[in-house]
Design a protein around this ligand. Sequence first.
Ligand code: SAH
Length: 344
Amino acid sequence: MRKKYFLDLEEKDIYDLVIKNGEKKFCAEQVIDWVYKKKVEDFLQFSNLSKRFREVLADKYILSGLKLYSKEVSKKDGTIKFKFKTIDEKVIPTVFLPKKDKNIVCISTQVGCGIGCCFCNSGKVEFERNLSQGEILEQVIKVENITGKKVNGILFMGMGEPLLNYENVILAIKKFINPKMFAIGRKHITVSTIGLVKKIYDLSLERLGIRLAISLHASNDIVRKMIVPTRISYKIEEILKSGLFYTTQNDSDLTIEYMILKNVNDSINFASELVNMFNKIYPDKKKVKVNLIPYNDTYEKKFVKPKQEKILEFQEYLKKNGFLTFIRLPQGKDINAGCGQLGC
Ligand code: SAH
């Protein structure tokens, strides 16, 4: 019989498994503690469980499914770009971003990406399959065990479109926020999406209270069509309305990601369009934050990053018009670990 991947089990499955094997109910809590709190990756080391039960687990389940394939450390800021190999030998990227007061992990949700944005290396990797919830979770377990650092923030911004792997992403988030498991604060988890309106409404109603970021990258539908594949046919106004709906259902702000590209979307006219759009649908702007992402070079050098003055001018305009606006500082540039650079 083929072994099952333990991290794909739900909490209830773990209880059932314990009972089925004649162990006491509290053993399920011990297993959860070993796997998700202590993050021990070998059943045989679960020392407060009977030897017999440990052996049953090891016999039937795989606990460590991802294998370290490569690891590059940035000399500039300590960012680490990992690649892991799944059981079926697919390679996925995961990035560790050490910050002053937090350790953040940027995780992948799919092997390849079906969206195919022309400005993004991940978009160039052909979509093969969704990652299971266990494969999503294990990226964080591996990063903690390899770095020895406690992870306290998660970005769903690696390879793939999280909302196209909706069910597994939701299951994984529930484990990330579960106090008996990863116990990561809801506000320290961000899902970034290209703007799949229907799924954003679904996510809103899950009421998970995590952060939502939308990769808008344009202030009008013509520019958006130019840079985001036409299969994503939602209009900017619809996308923003779904994002605003999210803020009404969750105690959370909305982040608009605006990748800034020289001579494409970097002039003040575009900043002004964005302001006008919001003045129409949400003049208050209180629950919205704009993250300006300076373009990072990709394999196809299709676009160019604007000069810093231009980016600052764009930011200033948005700020003056009521938006909380930040410029995302590039991390791991020397190892190509920045946004859009995670090919495989
Ligand atoms: N598919 C999701 C998750 C990717 S998140 C999404 O589209 O949101 C990664 C972020 O980096 C997105 O905002 C993405 O649009 C942005 N990005 C992609 N390529 C980039 C590049 N070359 N330079 C800067 N940002 C880029």
